[in-house]
Design a protein around this ligand. Structure first.
Ligand SMILES: N[C@@H](CCC(=O)N[C@@H](CS)C(=O)NCC(=O)O)C(=O)O
Length: 226
C-alpha cells in the first residue's frame, strides 16, 4: 500500500485499458511512466477491438479508451486519470498542493480538452486518418487555423515559464504535450513559435515522453474505421 493524499491508503494495483496509439491513452501511459509506477496494460480499442464487450462497458460505458483501474477504483476520461495519478502518486511531482497553482494546471488541462485538442485532433483526422483521395482542403485549412490560434496562446504563455503551468512539469504538460510529436511530424505548415519549440525540446529530454508519445502512428494512416 502506498500513502496518498491525506494519508489515504492506495492499492497500487494499476491496470490501463487502451491501445498505445491513442493520444488519450498516451496521456495516462505517460503519467504512469513519468511516475515510475508498475501497471498492467490491456490493449483494447482500434484494431484490437473489445470496446463493445459487455465486460468492458461495465468499466467504461462510453466504450472508449483510456480506462484506468486502481484496485476497486475505475476511472475514465484521460484528464481524470491524470488528476488521479498525480494526486495519488505524484504529490511531489505532477500534482500542485497550492490551490492557486493547481488552478493554473487545471486551467490549461481543461483548455486542452475544450480548445486545443479538438483542433489538433481534427487536423490529424482530416489529414492523416482520412485517405488522401478524400481530403477536404477547406476543412483541413480551417482545423489548421484553429490549432495554430490555440498554439499561439500556449506559445505566448512560455514567455514566462518553461512548462505549461510553471517552471516544472505538471499534468497540464501531459494533457497538452501528447499533441506535439504528431504536430511536428505531420505534413503541415508550422508557423515559428519559439516557446512551443523549446517546450517540445524540453519534453524530448524525458524518457517517458520518448517512450510513449514519440511512437509511430503508421497504423492510423488512412484509417477512418476507429
Ligand atoms: N474524452 C475522452 C475521449 C476518449 C476517446 O475519444 N478515445 C478514443 C481514442 S483517442 C477511442 O476510444 N476511440 C475508439 C477506439 O480507439 O477504438 C478522453 O479524454 O478519455
Amino acid at each position: 500500500m502506498a500513502q496518498g493524499i491525506g494519508g489515504l491508503s492506495l492499492s497500487r494495483n494499476l491496470v490501463l485499458w487502451g491501445r498505445a496509439s491513442s493520444a488519450n491513452v498516451q496521456k495516462t501511459l505517460w503519467a504512469l511512466e513519468e511516475l515510475g509506477l508498475p501497471y498492467k496494460h490491456h490493449l483494447v480499442g482500434g484494431a484490437f477491438g473489445g470496446l463493445d464487450d459487455p465486460q468492458y462497458r461495465v468499466l467504461n460505458p462510453n466504450g472508449l479508451v483510456p480506462t484506468l483501474q486502481d484496485g476497486d477504483l475505475t476511472v475514465w476520461e484521460s484528464h481524470a486519470t491524470l488528476r488521479y495519478l498525480a494526486g495519488a502518486y505524484g504529490r511531489d511531482t505532477l500534482w500542485r498542493h497550492d490551490p492557486r497553482e493547481r488552478a493554473i494546471v487545471d486551467q490549461w488541462t481543461d483548455w486542452t480538452a475544450s480548445t486545443f485538442q479538438p483542433g489538433w485532433i481534427a487536423v490529424f483526422w482530416l489529414l492523416v486518418r482520412t485517405p488522401p483521395e478524400q481530403h477536404d482542403a477547406k476543412a483541413i485549412a480551417a482545423a489548421h487555423a484553429r490549432t495554430v490560434a490555440a498554439l499561439r496562446i500556449l506559445d505566448a504563455n512560455f514567455a514566462h515559464r518553461d512548462y505549461v503551468a510553471g517552471n516544472r512539469l505538471s499534468y497540464a504538460d501531459i494533457a497538452a504535450g501528447v499533441a506535439l510529436y504528431r504536430w511536428f511530424t505531420m505534413d503541415i505548415d508550422r508557423p515559428a513559435m519559439p516557446g512551443i519549440e523549446n517546450w517540445y525540446r524540453r519534453l524530448q529530454q524525458r524518457e517517458a515522453f520518448r517512450k510513449v508519445v514519440m511512437v509511430s502512428y503508421a497504423e492510423l494512416v488512412g484509417r477512418l474505421a476507429f
